[in-house]
Design a protein around this ligand. Sequence first.
Ligand SMILES: C[S@@+](CC[C@H](N)C(=O)[O-])C[C@H]1O[C@@H](n2cnc3c(N)ncnc32)[C@H](O)[C@@H]1O
Length: 246
Amino acid sequence: MRNLFRSLRSLFGGNTANPDHGQLDPALPPQWIAAIRQAKLSYCGPPKLENLAEAGTIVRRDRVVGRWLEAGVALGGSAILLAQMKPARTPLDLHDVFGLIPPPGNHDGPDAHERYAVIAAGTSPGIGGDPYYGYESDLLLKVKENLRAFDVEPDTGTVRCVPGLFEHTLHPDGPVALAHIDCDWYDSVRVCIERLGPALAPGGIIVFDDYSSYSGCRRAVDEWRARDARLSVVFERRSLGLRRTR
Ligand SMILES: C[S@@+](CC[C@H](N)C(=O)[O-])C[C@H]1O[C@@H](n2cnc3c(N)ncnc32)[C@H](O)[C@@H]1O
């Protein structure tokens, strides 16, 4: 394990390859995605991580000013990609309950309730045979260890973990340039849209990881698309990227 972390450090180079804004070497994100997947730290498959990297590349290229943010961190895999991609001085906030995922609600379909029943029963497998992250006794500590293994400092730099329910913690106090919403259920996605939609900077992008994966996420996003004419589609593949045009 120590060797793996050492090789990750040399690959990431302590963020020195990543100046403030502007173009990023396009060879880097695929290497980072491969390393994150190899370390079994993300539920997002390569296509979704590639979509997220595409959104980050656009926001950097166009120098959209504002914080980067993730709602739904789990073990920290996609958060590590965001931390490595962001402009060096841009804040990155990582929001999660850092425990067992809250249950789905009345606006979610059977897909979500069936998945949650397995989680609540204590029988969900983790990634590649590992334990399921929601059963960890101290998930926040584990996530911070995972971030540090990739040379992302979660306590003293521009990256911070924000533990708690989004309902309580999501109050952005400035513009948001890029948000990754990866929290499965309708109520969670909806509260993210309500809090982050008005804060999204012109040119800013929100990526919805679960648009094609969970009915409640799709419903919450479609409700937003129907009432906000300022949004354009950046990509609609395994995940959905929406950009504020004005
Ligand atoms: C699918 S996982 C995130 C996966 C992660 N992005 C990755 O790279 O593997 C969803 C996460 O969202 C969190 N979550 C969902 N709804 C939440 C809410 N309302 N408040 C706080 N955390 C929430 C869950 O606890 C879980 O850690």
